[in-house]
Design a protein around this ligand. Structure first.
Ligand code: URA
Length: 197
């Protein structure tokens, strides 16, 4: 079960929230970050994409998904006619870079979750797309395997969630790209249904 650390985030606006993220020392990841990476995009987006955590380039630049995986994410968004910054918000499950890009630990995901949770409350997206296992596990609060949950609709805080492969994984596993594209089409048709109400 998830432990909520920063329970006093309720009521915080964007500026205060981002300041809290940048100054956060709730887990050990703060020690080696250059900077925390809160997120980027339309703060009233219908779509929220959630990745794993910043890599080297993101840590350097302070923006999520600006490296190689980010270029693939931009292509993935493009296949369903979405653009970074337009109708999309992009955040990560952990806001600070794990050393050597290792997978964030459960305790780190739990320590950081209240920030994502507050971002979700502020954005109120219609649909959340979890990219990869750590993001999906943080949002669904359960152990999952991507292969078993992709193509299904879940929810977090009453907001629909779909899960697909992380772009960095797809760069190493080309064979699964077609499945990710199917998942994006599923996400798009889900969004259409949600908009039709
Ligand atoms: N991978 C992620 O999960 N997030 C980023 O911001 C960059 C790479």
């Amino acid at each position: 079960p998830r432990r909520e650390f920063a329970t006093d985030l309720a009521g915080l606006g964007w500026d205060e929230l981002e300041a809290r993220i940048r100054a956060c020392d709730a887990c050990g990841l703060c020690k080696r970050r250059k900077q925390a990476v809160p997120g980027v995009g339309d703060r009233q987006a219908d779509w929220l994409f959630v990745g794993e955590g910043p890599g080297a380039e993101e840590d350097e630049r302070g923006e999520p998904f600006v490296g190689q995986a980010g270029r693939l994410l931009d292509n993935m968004l493009g296949t369903i006619d979405l653009k970074r910054g337009e109708d999309v918000y992009i955040a990560n499950a952990v806001k600070c870079r794990p050393p050597n890009n290792r997978t964030p630990e459960a305790a780190e995901l739990a320590a950081c979750f209240p920030y994502l949770s507050r971002q979700i409350a502020l954005i109120k997206p219609r649909l959340i797309v979890a990219l990869g296992r750590p993001a999906a596990q943080a949002l669904l609060n359960q152990e999952i395997k991507i292969g078993a949950v992709r193509g299904k609709l879940f929810s977090h805080a009453s907001i629909p969630v779909v899960v697909t492969y992380h772009p960095a994984y797809l760069l190493r596993n080309m064979a699964d790209k077609a499945k990710a594209w199917e998942d994006l089409c599923f996400a798009r048709s889900t969004m259409r249904r949600l908009r039709e109400g």
